[in-house]
Design a protein around this ligand. Structure first.
Ligand code: ZN
Length: 279
């Protein structure tokens, strides 16, 4: 098994939205806000090569929305999706599987891109897309609260691709890659846990997007069910602490990976660094 990580792009969102009920006086000590109160986030994606498969986790924003939409996302830095793949030694046609953690725009938009002659084309011509059935049905129905994140132009192409595989429950995608379902952020958020040489790596996605979101009450205002997020974090963090798992962050622009440690205040990030520092 080979594991690679790269950052597709940084983007900025409102710092208050990233930390929900936590006062700015506290969260601004962890992540610096600019004059518009936005904070910097990464879009770190994971590639797992195993058993002849190349599995990508999430695909970033893509390019299907207009200039005004992307102006508000303040995209900057990172290596891009195809550039990042190339940096890890892969072409888009090498990707056999894409795990879509959920269908919010910053996670799924990069799988289908504007085609030169109009319409859309798949970036990964041979990939199967794995999405939880609950998330797929929920996003297709959409709702007022998530309307700005569930964009039909991002979601429809998966259904029309003939390459959609709906995941029903916690299960193994292939030996060493387990898919786990969560419900606090959005129904059926699906996060992979990788078994790499006897060490488990949990890709935290939007369950706890940065190291600052490890404390149980530090959660995004985007979460639909905060009490469920708290319970899910408690279970995953406790299991990870006791079994020495590593955490990989999708949105932390500084820390790619960390171990956990127990403190009088609860579970917190221990050693932080690049994944290569740990393996
Ligand atoms: Zn999300």
């Amino acid at each position: 098994m080979k594991i690679s990580l790269f950052n597709i792009s940084n983007f900025r969102v409102d710092g208050g939205a990233m930390f929900g009920v936590i006062p700015k006086a506290l969260w601004s000590r962890q992540i610096m806000a600019d004059e518009n109160n936005t904070v910097d986030l990464s879009l770190t994606t994971l590639i797992v090569e195993t058993g002849g498969r190349v599995i990508l986790v999430d695909a970033g924003w893509g390019d299907k929305q207009d200039e005004k939409f992307f102006r508000h996302a303040y995209l900057h830095g990172g290596s891009g999706l195809t550039g990042g793949l190339a940096g890890c030694g892969y072409r888009p046609e090498d990707v056999t599987d894409v795990i879509i953690t959920h269908l919010h725009a910053d996670h799924c938009g990069g799988c289908f891109l504007n085609a030169p002659g109009g319409g859309q084309a798949p970036l990964f011509p041979d990939a199967t897309y794995h999405i939880s059935r609950e998330q797929w049905e929920w996003a297709n129905e959409s709702n007022l609260r998530e309307e700005d994140a569930f964009l039909p132009e991002n979601i429809k192409p998966f259904g029309e691709s003939g390459m959609l595989n709906l995941i029903e429950e916690n299960s193994e995608l292939c030996p060493g890659v387990t898919l786990k379902l969560f419900y606090g952020h959005t129904p059926g958020l699906m996060l992979p846990e990788i078994d790499f040489n006897g060490k488990k790596l949990f890709y935290a996605g939007d369950l706890f997007p940065t190291t600052a979101h490890i404390p149980l009450l530090w959660n995004m205002a985007y979460d639909l069910l905060p009490l469920v997020t708290i319970a899910e974090k408690q279970e995953i963090l406790t299991e990870a602490l006791h079994n020495d798992h590593l955490i990989i962050f999708q949105h932390d622009p500084v820390t790619e990976c960390c171990a956990l440690t127990e403190t009088p205040k609860g579970i917190r990030a221990g050693k932080k660094g690049k994944l290569s520092d740990f393996l």
